[in-house]
Design a protein around this ligand. Structure first.
Ligand SMILES: NC(=O)c1ccc[n+]([C@@H]2O[C@H](COP(=O)([O-])OP(=O)(O)OC[C@H]3O[C@@H](n4cnc5c(N)ncnc54)[C@H](O)[C@@H]3O)[C@@H](O)[C@H]2O)c1
Length: 330
């Protein structure tokens, strides 16, 4: 493949992580083909240099168009990701995240044998200790269940000589370092996003969901990873997959947990607008603690996190929120 540019198919490239990844891929001189149906994504987040196909990632019409080109590797980001919605609309999640992925993989594996699959830490059972890749699996909401079923289907396809890396992301936050992309949503559910939206909109009363978990301060604990570190993981994974046969699952987190209260307090110190915590009951589908053991990926990729600092993640998220407010981003 010398002198040839590597072609990457990125599904969900108009979404949060996908659009930041697209920027990173282009910066490394990859050709990026994006498929996104814009259900939660935004066309304005897709970098102009990408070749963009608007539509469903399981559409054979679109896939046939895309695969008129040589595709060297697929990064599958597209999914529905809202836990609470998944409890109310289980079928919507199973159809999109699992059944359509089956159709996608059955089609694409004829043309491309290399895939990176974006999965989630929510497939694991909550645990007081750091979670390893072989820790107990217990998807307690339909979103997590749909991702786990897709993972299992992909693994079963390994027999067809597919090279795969399944990345289980912990809680992703922050924006592209030059603020070229970040999270845009009109239904913020993630803690850091909600904090930023409330502060920028100057809405004082901030709901904290659950303060009687069995944790030191009673609030839930999560492992927050900066989106740029996550993109670096993917950038390091691509040459590995292209070079030799891999079939692996990795955690993507920092191995350090912060409680909701700790994140809230740190945010309030950094923000010019101060929020007031209002305790509400725990949300359905949320668990007590999810913190990664990330030794496996550090060893495999020689990955060294560059942004593993909560203040840095919060500052990056606030800057992005201010930018999209100023630009009246829709
Ligand atoms: N954000 C996190 O903290 C987090 C944590 C764990 C795992 N993940 C995983 O990372 C991936 C990306 O998440 P995100 O936060 O960027 O979400 P997002 O909602 O911002 O992006 C998902 C994108 O996929 C697109 N999409 C959904 N269904 C589609 C379909 N059928 N056809 C074409 N496009 C479709 C959406 O329009 C959207 O642009 C997901 O697979 C998610 O499960 C995210």
């Amino acid at each position: 493949m010398k002198n040839k540019k590597i072609n990457i198919l990125l599904t969900g490239g108009a979404g949060y992580i996908g659009s930041v990844l697209a920027q990173h891929l282009l910066e490394k001189n990859y050709n990026v083909f994006v498929i996104d149906n814009l259900t939660t994504g935004h066309v304005s987040l897709v970098p102009k240099k990408c070749i963009f196909f608007q539509g469903d990632f399981s559409s054979k019409r679109i896939l046939k168009e895309v695969f008129k080109n040589r595709i060297d590797i697929i990064v599958h980001m597209a999914a529905y990701i809202e836990v609470e919605e998944s409890i109310k609309k289980k079928r919507k999640y199973m159809d999109n995240n699992y059944k359509k992925f089956k159709i996608f993989l059955k089609f694409t594996n004829k043309y491309c044998k290399n895939i990176i699959f974006a999965s989630t830490a929510s497939v694991y059972k909550s645990k007081n200790k750091l979670i390893k890749e072989n820790s107990i699996i217990d998807p307690i909401n339909p979103y997590a269940e749909s991702k786990l079923q897709a993972e299992n289907f992909l693994i079963s396809f390994a027999e067809k000589k597919i090279n795969y890396v399944i990345l289980r992301f912990f809680n992703v936050a922050g924006a592209h370092k030059k603020l070229k992309s970040g999270l845009v949503t009109n239904k913020p559910t993630h803690l850091i996003k909600r904090l930023c939206v409330f502060a920028v909109k100057k809405k004082k009363n901030f709901s904290i969901f659950g303060n009687s978990y069995n944790t030191p301060d009673g609030t839930a604990i999560r492992d927050y990873i900066h989106v740029s570190d996550l993109c670096n993981i993917i950038l390091l994974t691509i040459p590995k997959i292209l070079k030799k046969r891999v079939s692996k699952i990795f955690n993507c987190g920092y191995g350090k947990g912060f409680s909701v209260k700790e994140v809230f307090e740190k945010f309030n110190k950094l923000s010019d607008f101060k929020l007031k915590p209002i305790i509400k009951k725990a949300r359905k589908g949320d668990v007590k603690i999810l913190v990664s053991n990330s030794n496996k990926i550090k060893k495999f990729l020689n990955w060294k996190p560059q942004f593993n600092n909560l203040s840095l993640i919060l500052k990056s998220s606030i800057r992005w929120e201010k930018k999209i407010k100023q630009e009246n981003f829709k």
